[in-house]
Ligand binder design. Structure first.
Ligand code: SAH
Ligand code: SF4
Ligand code: F3S
Length: 473
């Protein structure tokens, strides 16, 4: 692939004058990661984070287009930002408003037409060009050039080759970080906008992932979640020039000292190769908790959704994963009311849930997305039917989740402490299964792993007693 020079090289960015940046993030973890990268790329221009829009010289709305009302939500937030921009203008201050993310990619021109006070519209693949866009927007604000910068290209250069590497956790004080390794999707599920908003599948070179992971760990991070719309389709170029799979990448990451926990999300059942299944048995750092969306338990619906596998294949995959890692827990995503879904299809989904037993799951009513094949398909399911199915599915999932948490009581497990708990002397942390755990422990353990015994289950968390610290090595 070609490497193009970024339009404004980061190293030669204009001298910094103090300014404030406020980023509002909607959508998936990849947007959370991207928001942090946009903050980093603007830092050399003098932008420091602001906690609210009212005091910011620049506001970025990082948007999501996955389900309903994404556009209305955006325009209502833009209405609020416009009032802030006008009020600041009356005091002689300029406010740059940028719309980023998947709604920007899908509806860029409409955004500029309906909200001409928006200065920049940029798609997810162009964040490395943000410094140049800001410079153009600033010139336009002074009346020197066109208003409304729009960049929704899918450039040949990869944005991560030009964005500064992440050096710390995305949340202040956090010890867990996200790291995007793969973007885009070629699978074209019938219902989904992602292939259109994020573009074709692409993987970051392994060396750049390893470098960023090492920096994160030096910055205190102990848990890294690798991100990608299809993270297990990862096929990045390795330092030796060969193509690395996700399993190979995880194996290399697991060797980084003090990196105690690895996760990856979101994986697709079709890309769950034998080496990745084996990695779950071979790598102690790879947490025994896997998000493996299935969407439906009905073969008819899986075919209509273009998922590329059937129910039996999913169940066989779960069995292979559990054989490799017997304490593996699973979570999933479900869609109810995809066009054509009958009561019998929905019952198949409930039966799959009963068969697999999930520790957790996200479930959604099907939402017609403009431009996707399912939006125009026959057999659209009435809203009331979707509501009823969603309620039944969520009740089943809730019961399985409670059962899973209740089964943790009495278990001895590692907890990564992330901060202070609500009660004095208490720390809060996360189990390997992402359960919230509270235990009486000294502040010095924040950022470390310790072994605990789970004592009790509360509504949304577990309480535990500390057994021993697990030194980082
Ligand atoms: N790449 C992941 C999913 C990304 S989107 C995968 O293939 O599983 C996250 C979840 O949003 C999906 O798993 C799906 O359950 C849900 N989703 C996506 N499009 C949707 C739509 N049009 N209506 C309702 N839910 C949707
Ligand atoms: Fe969307 Fe399907 Fe791609 Fe997941 S695999 S991002 S659901 S098109
Ligand atoms: Fe939303 Fe785009 Fe992520 S549509 S879920 S922000 S990939």
């Amino acid at each position: 692939m070609h490497r193009l020079t970024p339009h404004v090289p980061i190293a030669t960015a204009p001298p910094a004058t103090p300014k404030r940046l406020h980023v509002i993030t909607w959508g998936c973890q990849m947007n959370v990661y991207d928001s942090a990268r946009m903050t980093d790329v603007l830092r050399p221009l003098g932008y420091a984070p602001a906690t609210d829009a009212a005091s910011a010289d620049m506001v970025i709305l990082n948007t999501c287009h996955i389900r309903d009302r994404a556009t209305e939500k955006l325009f209502s937030e833009l209405g609020r930002l416009r009032r802030i921009k006008d009020a600041r203008a009356a005091e002689g201050a300029t406010t740059i408003i940028a719309v980023a993310g998947c709604v920007a990619q899908a509806e860029g021109r409409e955004i500029l037409a309906r909200a001409p006070f928006v200065d920049i519209v940029l798609g997810p693949q162009t964040y490395h060009r943000l410094p140049e866009m800001v410079a153009r927007a600033a010139r336009a604000a002074k009346g020197e050039g066109n208003v409304g910068v729009i960049d929704t290209d899918f450039p040949v250069e990869q944005k991560f080759d030009f964005l500064p590497a992440a050096t710390g956790p995305q949340l202040p004080g956090g010890v867990a970080a996200f790291l995007t390794v793969q973007e885009g999707c070629d699978k074209f599920c019938s219902f989904c906008v992602v292939p259109y908003t994020r573009g074709a599948e692409a993987s970051r070179p392994a060396a750049s992932v390893l470098d960023e992971a090492r920096r994160l760990v030096e910055g205190g991070v102990r848990e890294i979640t690798l991100l990608g719309q299809n993270v297990n389709a990862y096929h990045g170029v390795g330092p030796d020039g060969s193509t690395w799979s996700l399993a190979r990448l995880l194996t290399a990451l697991a060797a980084i000292p003090c990196l105690r926990r690895l996760r990856y999300t979101t994986s697709h059942p079709r890309d769950m190769g034998p080496d990745l299944i084996a990695a779950h048995g071979d790598l102690p750092a790879l947490m025994p908790f896997l998000h493996l969306p299935v969407q439906s338990g009905s073969d008819r619906m899986l075919a209509a959704m273009n998922r590329g596998h059937d129910r039996a294949e999913y169940l066989a995959l779960v069995a292979r994963l559990r054989a490799a890692r017997p304490d593996l827990a699973l979570s999933s995503d479900f869609i109810v009311g995809h066009p054509g879904e009958s009561e019998a299809d929905f019952e198949e989904t409930l039966s799959l849930i009963r068969e697999v037993r999930f520790a957790q799951a996200f479930s959604f009513k099907y939402s017609a997305r403009p431009g996707t094949p399912a939006a125009g398909a026959e057999g659209q399911v009435p809203e009331a039917v979707k509501d009823a199915r969603l309620a039944r599915l969520q009740a089943l999932i809730r019961a399985q989740q409670d059962e899973f948490n209740a089964a943790s009581v009495g278990a001895v497990m590692p907890v990564l402490f992330t901060g202070r708990g609500r009660k004095p002397g208490q720390l809060s942390g996360r189990s390997p299964y992402l359960q919230a755990v509270h235990a009486i422990a000294p502040d010095g353990l924040i950022g470390s792993e310790a072994t605990v015994t789970i004592e009790a289950m509360l509504t949304n968390s577990l309480t535990a007693t500390l057994l021993r610290e697990r030194a980082c090595a």
